[in-house]
Design a protein around this ligand. Structure first.
Ligand code: HEC
Length: 130
């Protein structure tokens, strides 16, 4: 009986000691990361909000209304209209946005027909296609 209590006590001590040690280490480790996070988050804030499902929900209807006729249902393209399925591998978001705004070579210019926000959402969405 006495032995059992000691064992339990030792286990409890060991657990609390290691918990304290681990906690201290985590705090020290998290501090620099925490300092670095806010600027990154503010920069990505808009992009992060628009990311994932939101971006898809914003960009896809714009694509369907303005681009799908040429670039296809699944971004697959057709004939002289290039596929956009891998466009993010070839073009940066800025290049895609410039192409949408300026058009050229059979691609209509969407500047003035789409807002900057719409072009931004589309280009961000397409830049992730790779
Ligand atoms: C009238 C047909 C047409 C429509 C509508 C159209 N495009 Fe295009 N698009 C083209 C053609 C043709 C090209 C090839 C132009 C070139 O080679 O420079 C192209 C090229 C592109 C490219 C560059 C692809 C690459 O690999 O070089 C992007 C990005 C693009 N279109 C996005 C869009 C988006 C986004 C929309 C809707 C806002 C849209 N396009 C609407 C015809 C169209």
């Amino acid at each position: 009986m006495v032995k059992m209590r000691w064992m339990l006590l030792c286990m409890a001590l060991a657990a609390s000691l290691s918990a304290c040690g681990g906690g201290g280490g985590n705090d020290a480790g998290e501090a620099p990361a925490g300092d670095a996070a806010p600027p990154a988050e503010t920069e990505n804030g808009a992009a992060g909000d628009a990311g994932g499902g939101d971006l898809e929900a914003t960009a896809r209807p714009i694509y369907e209304g303005n681009c799908m006729a040429c670039h296809g249902t699944d971004l697959a393209g057709a004939g002289s209209f290039p596929s956009l399925q891998q466009v993010g591998a070839d073009m940066t978001q800025e290049e895609i946005a410039a192409k949408i705004a300026g058009g050229g070579n059979g691609m209509p210019a969407f500047e003035g027909r789409l807002t900057d926000d719409e072009i931004g959402a589309l280009s961000q969405w397409l830049a992730a296609m790779k």
